[in-house]
Design a protein around this ligand. Structure first.
Ligand code: SF4
Length: 283
């Protein structure tokens, strides 16, 4: 039988308990912030406090459970989630009701340019990305609005060598940078992740030349990211390439700044892959 007295005593003595909320991207700075907190837990946690880690997962296709993140990176997220949970932390993977396919197939009912009304939305634009707004930020902002209470702390992974971001972060009193508190640079954050064998594979993608942890269907995606999708999920890649054939698209190009189409990329990955180093191609 549950000891009701103990529960009552607990809730009264924990009346000042708070949530320690971490915005986790999977990158080195936010991961190192959680590790640092864990190392110094006794300085931060009071009885009854809760640690909640939130990660926003963008989906390519929710119905088929196909993530919009690189397969290696999302695997890392779910594996690392288990480690954080073993430390007693709650890890929430937040997903929007909308996925890439919903945004892509959306019929425009409003536009500054009347000729676009009735067209199919199409590929996201970096800078003005509808995926970022509808699939990435919305579920996170909704969770924050519904769950952050006065007194809770919100930890952001910003290192001491990012002074402008630190300054801007401090405009909101609930924001805390643990990396700043312990004088960590970005390089220190990376070293800490390596020490715990918890560095995201995003730092070894593209031969370690360039790290990206965004959506693989982003206009900024590198060829090696597309190569990974074609290799690991050929049907999904085929579906993505064929989206270019959709009639009446408002945004027709997967990357408005690239000369090549997705069909060109597909052909290159199919026939040209072994003939030259893909990193020469994107250099
Ligand atoms: S990674 Fe690219 S597609 Fe994904 S939300 Fe960011 S800008 Fe949009």
């Amino acid at each position: 039988m549950v000891n009701q007295t103990l529960i009552n005593n607990s809730s009264s003595s924990y009346s000042n308990s708070k949530k320690h909320i971490f915005a986790w991207s999977g990158g080195k700075d936010s991961t190192a912030s959680i590790i640092l907190f864990h190392e110094h837990e006794q300085e931060w946690l009071n009885p009854g406090d809760e640690v909640v880690i939130i990660f926003g997962e963008v989906m390519f296709d929710k119905k088929r459970n196909i993530s919009g993140h690189n397969p290696d990176i999302i695997e890392y997220i779910y594996e690392t989630k288990k480690i954080f949970e073993s430390w007693g932390y709650t890890v929430l993977i937040l997903r929007s009701d909308k996925d890439f396919l919903d945004v892509f197939h959306h019929k425009l009912t409003r536009s500054k340019d009347p000729s676009r009304i009735g067209m199919t939305y199409g590929f996201p634009l970096s800078g003005l990305c509808a995926i970022k707004r509808d699939c990435k930020f919305k579920p996170i902002e909704k969770w924050k609005k519904d769950n952050i209470k006065p007194g809770d702390r919100y930890y952001v992974g910003i290192a001491i060598d990012e002074p402008k971001r630190l300054e801007s972060m401090k405009k909101d009193a609930k924001n805390v940078s643990i990396l700043e508190k312990y004088n960590y640079t970005e390089a220190d954050a990376r070293a800490l992740c390596e020490k715990y064998n918890m560095l995201s594979p995003q730092y070894s993608l593209n031969s370690g030349k360039q790290s990206r942890d965004g959506c693989w269907f982003c206009p900024n995606a590198k060829l090696c990211e597309h190569a990974a999708i074609k290799e690991r999920m050929p049907e999904v890649w085929k579906q993505y390439v064929e989206l270019e054939n959709t009639p009446n698209l408002s945004l027709q190009h997967w990357n408005p700044y690239a000369k090549e189409t997705l069909h060109d990329r597909d052909e290159y990955l199919t026939y040209g892959y072994r003939q030259m180093n893909i990193f020469d191609y994107i250099a």
